[in-house]
Design a protein around this ligand. Structure first.
Ligand code: ZN
Length: 129
């Protein structure tokens, strides 16, 4: 399952709009009902760009989804293969924490191996109301 999600993330990564950084990120968000939502980073000449992770979450949330299992994330510079893990930025970690529970998994591929992290691994002692 996670291998498929990584492959989907690799495909959508090629849709990234990243003329400023030339860094392309793809994400595949898996919902508890089995559906998946894809996202890529979309930059802007201002500072209002969106990361692949929040792109995928925005699509799913606007479709009414509220229960999530995992998000697979890949990233690399344009023209390069994403072979090492691409960790989400701090803003995405905090954003995602609003919508997931402690079982949610962040999925990466690192030199062919699937690696997963929990939110507590990536954002311990996070801000919560
Ligand atoms: Zn981000």
């Amino acid at each position: 399952m996670y291998k498929e999600d990584i492959e989907q993330a690799k495909k959508v990564r090629l849709n990234a709009y990243s003329p400023y950084s030339n860094f392309q990120v793809g994400a595949c968000l898996r919902c508890k009902d089995g559906s998946t939502y894809l996202g890529c980073n979309i930059e802007n000449h201002g500072i209002q760009g969106i990361c692949a992770e929040r792109c995928a979450f925005s699509k799913a949330l606007s479709d009414g989804k509220r229960e999530f299992v995992s998000i697979a994330i890949v990233g690399a510079s344009k023209g390069e293969e994403p072979i090492t893990k691409c960790m989400p930025c701090g803003y995405c970690r905090q954003f995602i924490s609003e919508f997931v529970d402690e079982n949610f998994e962040f999925v990466f591929e690192d030199n062919g191996n699937i690696i997963t992290y929990k939110l507590d691994d990536l954002l311990p002692n996070r801000f919560e109301l």
